[in-house]
Design a protein. Structure first.
Length: 102
């Protein structure tokens, strides 16, 4: 099954970003392109990340190391939210803390 995707060339034209910026995002492992027949594609699921990175870079003038740090921190925050939700669900099912198995 082939995922829906858009070529890097089209991404650069549509989002009006510089090709070296996109290449830096890929080199930094912030985006994970697919290559087929010498054409590199960005999968649609990653476009929201690309839009966010481009906004941070062009609108807020955040450099690539800053983008990497912000992205990492936001991912950690999301992981903590999921863990908090999971623990809250467990706590809600317990009649007392002695029943907890962490």
């Amino acid at each position: 099954m082939m995922s829906e995707r858009i070529s890097v060339k089209e991404v650069i034209q549509i989002y009006k970003i510089e090709d070296h910026f996109l290449n830096e995002l890929i080199s930094s492992d912030l985006l994970h392109p697919e290559t087929e027949n010498s054409t590199t594609y960005i999968v649609y699921e990653e476009l929201h990340h690309l839009e966010r990175f481009a906004n941070w870079h062009y609108d807020l003038e955040i450099n690539l190391p800053g983008i990497e740090i912000i992205h990492k921190l936001l991912n950690q925050l999301e992981d903590l939210r999921h863990e908090n939700r999971r623990l809250s669900e467990i706590a809600g099912k317990l009649s007392s803390w002695e029943d907890a198995e962490f």
